[in-house]
Design a protein around this ligand. Structure first.
Ligand SMILES: [Zn+2]
Length: 221
């Protein structure tokens, strides 16, 4: 990523689009920016702008792909492969002729076909989708999920089990757990700060709070 000389400017290399100002904001985003009252709000707006620009960049690339030489060749390759597969399925003897008259290309076809067949019979990802079905993409060897879902699982926030914070020992246990989670990269900066804040709060309150249940004192007149 290149440095951008414009203050609060874009943090990508996608270039500017019609309707954006020199910081990459659309008119609507600009209005929100002027109304923003805190750095947090402004940061959120910058993130929102960057996300929109990335989305638009991808859309534009997707549209352009079909017009590139590679895009057209790949499309032809897929279509031709399917058509030829259909051909040899209907007349298996064609393959013998092809091996005799065009060995190079028949071998390329065979290689592609066996790779695809193998992929199709590979164990499937078990990741549950919202509609009650599972993902079905080929899973990574020795794992339960496909590449994408493995990454998603790893990125998922973990739940930390903190001890009871009622006494100093519990709080120290929680500090150790939190510190380990930070070292392991399981907590981001914001989460770690919030946890730190609560642990500090708990530590400063310990001793001031009586957790023993007080017996109710009934006064009778
Ligand atoms: Zn999957």
């Amino acid at each position: 990523m290149k440095g951008n000389p414009v203050i609060n400017g874009v943090r990508d290399d996608f270039g500017y689009r019609h309707g954006e100002d020199c910081r990459g904001f659309t008119r609507e985003e600009c209005k929100l920016w002027d109304k923003a009252e805190s750095d947090e709000e402004r940061e959120a707006l910058k993130d929102r702008r960057d996300e929109r620009r990335l989305r638009e960049h991808k859309e534009r690339e997707r549209r352009d792909w079909g017009r590139t030489q590679a895009g057209q060749l790949l499309k032809q390759l897929g279509e031709t492969f399917e058509a030829y597969r259909q051909c040899v399925m209907e007349d298996p003897q064609l393959q013998e002729k092809a091996l005799e008259f065009d060995q190079v290309n028949q071998k390329i076809f065979n290689k592609m076909k066996s790779t695809i067949d193998r992929a199709n019979s590979a164990p499937r990802c078990q990741y549950p989708k919202g509609n009650g079905e599972t993902c079905r993409a080929p899973r990574i060897r020795g794992k339960k999920y496909c590449h994408m879902h493995l990454m998603m699982e790893e990125a998922r926030p973990v739940k930390l089990r903190l001890p009871n914070l009622a006494d100093a020992a519990g709080i120290h246990g929680a500090i150790a757990t939190g510190a380990q989670a930070v070292v392991d990269g399981k907590l981001d900066y914001k989460q770690a700060s919030i946890l730190g804040y609560y642990l500090q709060l708990a530590l400063s309150n310990v001793g001031n709070v009586d957790y023993e249940e007080e017996e109710e004192v009934l006064t009778t007149d």
